[in-house]
Design a protein around this ligand. Structure first.
Ligand code: ATP
Length: 622
């Protein structure tokens, strides 16, 4: 991730003094010092990547470089003249004279110093500069060079256990071996001497004429310390003027499984949800990218958006037809068992008298309605191996452009969405969070079309609305999730979530994974946390006294098959929807999981995070 390392090198006035030159009144070092002072004011807020800029300008190598630059500028004016252009000869004469002098420890030391290879090399360099003798001595050109001889470039690269970072191909018509692409950050690119399109003539003195690319690679693999290329440079070297783009991978990619990749070794594997830095989009089919978790390495090849979409479509159509139900929740496909909702309520840690109170706070303690969808959901998930994720993958963009978003203190909080297989502890964690700080965390009050009971209050347990009102909320996309049972509709609206956010609180809600996309808007900027079950053996231990609610029973103990089912479901959720998860918490020890949740939520609200670019550029952000 491009993140400045705040902890490693905090802005500090003492440090800044060290970084100034001896003459702070002029020169670039002085300007840099002032810029650093300015930047340090914004450092803690990381406004628009200030930390990154600060760390760059504060780096010792840049400071040293600027000092050298300042010194050179100073001496440029003085027009220095060498005392002698023959320091080497002078040194030899001194050594000779010292031989005739009576020896003493000092004389011995001086002789040793003057005869040391490094010192001799230094004097040699001095004389070369003093005599301005910079041109290398080249043998005279042969007379018989043909007029149309192409200009050649000799490139010598020193091997350093890093990949060369270039791929080659054979030109279909001419049979020439060409540099196909130069990978960013690789040895070839950093040398600045090899370009895509350069024609290879020789490698390590061996002519490549008539050779296959594989044979050329074999020669390269055999070379030991240095690689020598003789190339005919491409007439128009490509210039990469594209801006760096960051994307979230919405699908996974394994170069080893892709026979179409031009060079498997140069491929960059990635998983759903990985953030990638796209460094080169010059090729319409193969882009170059790095993972932000590994920016120091050289880039790798990934399929372009267009190509990956095509691959997804081909994969989709190549699958045998399977009748399936789309997981996307639609009206009337979700059964909510009100009996279960009621039963769950009586199971709450907050007493019923609390539910009856005037304050709307009980919403935070209500069990989610998803409990009752458990059985049918699992069934549908099993039946639709390639639906929600698959359908999405087949038609959706494989990469989502992302930017760093830093919530300002005046902004509303981000919605926190908890996702997980039924029984994993989503509601338990939500309850714990709200209990821990009810003035900070709250759930949204759901809507229903059923009639109000005598002990209920509108806006407290539910917003009681007519079927028409509810349906208009659905059609105007104001419902984040909804379902029907026995002719009554239930659901949570965007407005109910916003009401919590408008109070300056953090709204916590649980969603089925297929509903995450509905919530992914610039209005709510949801931060999605996946709650994952622990290992089977740990779950058996820790869930001994835990209770679940099924479609038919309330307060049932976990059976082994429930845990097994939970594990299976968690895996499927991760496989299909992992691209939407901002964070994963394994719920083994409840206290630990709660502590993690608190800290992650705090980070989500206070630290820069990757969010879809459309959330920021949609005009609602200043
Ligand atoms: N880390 C844990 N250790 C022990 N018990 C736990 C832990 N997490 C949750 N539980 C217990 O497991 C049971 C199920 O938890 P919970 O009701 O929160 O599940 P859920 O994910 O909301 O699923 P559903 O939506 O089906 O209710 C509850 O009795 C809860 O107290």
């Amino acid at each position: 991730m491009i993140q400045s390392d705040r902890g490693a090198d905090p802005p500090d006035k003492k440090d800044m003094k060290l970084s100034t030159t001896t003459n702070p009144e002029n020169g670039l070092s002085q300007i840099l010092r002032l810029v650093l002072q300015e930047l340090s004011l914004f450092y803690s807020r990381d406004v628009n990547g200030v930390c990154l800029l600060y760390d760059l300008l504060h780096s010792p190598w840049l400071q040293a470089l600027l000092k050298v630059y300042d010194c050179l500028q100073e001496f440029k004016e003085k027009k220095l003249v060498p005392a002698t252009p023959h320091a080497q000869v002078l040194s030899c004469e001194v050594v000779e004279l010292l031989r005739e002098t009576p020896t003493s420890p000092e004389i011995q030391e001086l002789r040793q110093t003057l005869q040391a290879p490094h010192f001799k090399a230094l004097l040699s360099a001095h004389d070369t500069v003093a005599q301005k003798d910079f041109e290398p001595l080249l043998p005279p050109l042969p007379d018989n060079i043909p007029e149309n001889e192409e200009a050649m470039r000799i490139v010598c690269l020193v091997k350093n256990h890093q990949p060369l970072g270039a791929t080659i191909k054979r030109h279909e018509m001419t049979g020439d071996i060409l540099v196909a692409r130069v990978i960013h950050g690789g040895l070839a690119e950093r040398s600045g001497l090899l370009y895509a399109g350069d024609k290879l003539v020789e490698v390590n003195g061996v002519s490549v004429e008539g050779l296959d690319p594989e044979q050329v690679i074999h020669i390269l693999a055999m070379s030991r310390d240095t690689i020598m290329f003789k190339v005919v440079p491409v007439s128009d070297p490509p210039v990469n003027s594209q801006k760096m783009v960051y994307v979230r991978a919405m699908t996974e990619y394994w170069p080893q499984e892709d026979p179409a990749i031009p060079c498997m070794d140069a491929g960059l594997p990635f998983q759903k949800g990985d953030i990638l830095q796209i460094v080169d989009q010059n090729d319409a089919l193969w882009w170059q990218a790095r993972k932000i978790s590994d920016l120091a390495t050289c880039a790798g090849l990934i399929p372009s958006k267009h190509l990956l979409k095509r691959k997804q479509r081909e994969f989709w159509w190549s699958k045998p037809y399977q009748p399936h139900i789309c997981l996307r929740s639609t009206m009337y496909d979700m059964k909510i068992d009100e009996k279960c909702v009621e039963a769950a309520r009586s199971n709450l840690s907050c007493p019923r008298s609390h539910v009856l109170c005037m304050s709307p706070s009980p919403a935070g303690f209500r069990r989610s309605m998803r409990l009752c969808r458990r059985k049918s959901y699992l069934g549908r998930l099993r039946a639709s191996v390639c639906c929600a994720g698959g359908c999405y993958s087949a038609v959706g963009a494989p990469y989502e452009e992302v930017v760093r978003y830093q919530r300002r203190p005046s902004d509303r909080h981000r919605l926190v969405v908890l996702v997980g297989p039924s029984g994993v502890g989503v509601n338990e964690l939500r309850r714990q969070l709200i209990k821990f700080n009810p003035s900070h965390f709250q759930s949204a009050v759901p809507h229903t079309t059923r009639s109000k009971k005598s002990y209920e209050m509108d806006g407290c347990e539910y917003h009681f609305v007519s079927k028409e009102t509810f349906e208009s909320l659905i059609y105007s996309h104001r419902m984040l999730e909804h379902g029907e049972y026995k002719g009554h509709l239930y659901g949570t609206s965007v407005d109910a979530v916003q009401a919590v956010l408008d109070e300056g609180k953090i709204c916590i809600m649980d969603l089925e994974p297929q509903d995450i996309q509905v919530a992914r808007t610039h209005e709510l900027k949801p931060y999605v946390i996946f709650i994952k079950p622990s290992t089977m053996s740990y779950m058996k231990q820790s869930r001994k006294n835990a209770k679940i609610i099924t479609d038919y029973f309330v307060d049932m103990k976990f059976k082994d098959e429930d845990l097994q089912e939970m594990e299976e479901l968690a895996q499927k959720m991760e496989t299909q929807f992992g691209q939407f998860f901002d964070h994963v918490i394994v719920n083994d020890n409840l206290q630990d999981a709660c502590a993690q949740l608190l800290s992650v939520i705090q980070k989500a609200q206070e630290e820069p995070q990757w969010v879809p670019a459309t959330w920021i550029s949609s005009g609602t952000e200043s």
